[in-house]
Ligand binder design. Sequence first.
Ligand code: IPM
Ligand code: MN
Length: 352
Amino acid sequence: MKARIAVLPGDGIGPEVIAEGVRCLRALAERHGHELILTELPFGGAAIDLAGTPLPEDTLAACLQADAVLLGAIGGPKWSAPEATVRPEQGLLALRRALGVYANLRPVKVHPALLGASTLKPQVLEGVDLLFVRELTGGIYFGEKRREPDSATDVCTYTVAEIERIVRAAARLAQKRRRKLVSIDKSNVLETSRLWRAVATRIMRTEFPQIALEHMLVDSAAMHLIRRPSDFDVLVTENMFGDILTDEASMLAGSLGLLPSASLGEGTRGLYEPIHGSAPDIAGRGIANPCGTLLSVALLLRHSLGLEREAAALERAVSAAIEQGARTPDIAAKGARAISTREVGEAVLAKL
Ligand code: IPM
Ligand code: MN
């Protein structure tokens, strides 16, 4: 097959992990006879330095024309002064909006060999295999923002249509898994959450009666996620709750550096990025964990290119490499030698 992929390395450790993702992607394409056209584009802080804006027109145009977008990470102290008016994060939100990728899939699986890498007890983590579906293009991230001398305002809005489509997306995924959906909100306080709960209840009752739906308040969900994580299958929630809970959930897997994500809209075009940030504290040292990016590449192959076989092969290769001890410092076993970003990439390539 032939496909066009826009590659946005971004800032901090972004370029380091993306380099490994691109190498694996090229290797797979060559091996299976696919013609991939990869175009690297400036984005985030790097684009602010270059063009004065985090999402230059050419970058956006290339992303809109691509079959998929692969993104590293953005942001850093250089661009986050409180008085800054142009921020890398604005570019990311604008890109998600422009691509219409409202459904952010964040799978969390515990690798048996990494049961000891988490700060949580191994017996709590056994069998964890859950999927967060985070609403990505609405809510407080996109509402009106105001700043007065002695106050500030962020508006949170959700429409019925926005809630319907994300609940449907989550339900379709739950259908193919264990048919259990937990919808997370704060309906005891927020009006948007009361609407969310009403819409989720109606959609599930009328369109997906075979899926068990449970509502959970976000504070309680945060607790249950670490108390009994293996009980969860698919979780659906609004933008900011999803952001917070998935960082929490990453510790089930053992490291923020392990988690991939796929952001999807109506078609097959998607945006793929590890859920971690640009990690300025370790940038340039070659020790960032590339697994979140490699697993994001697998999601790209699966969801945007329809290459299930290649996707599964890459996931198996990552898993086998980890099993054999190919680990960056964030997940290295006690006393074991940690290896570099590049070496982990190489180990995964060898498995491929
Ligand atoms: C994420 C990140 C972003 C978000 C930031 C960088 C804007 O934390 O993808 O989880 O909050 O969505
Ligand atoms: Mn986040």
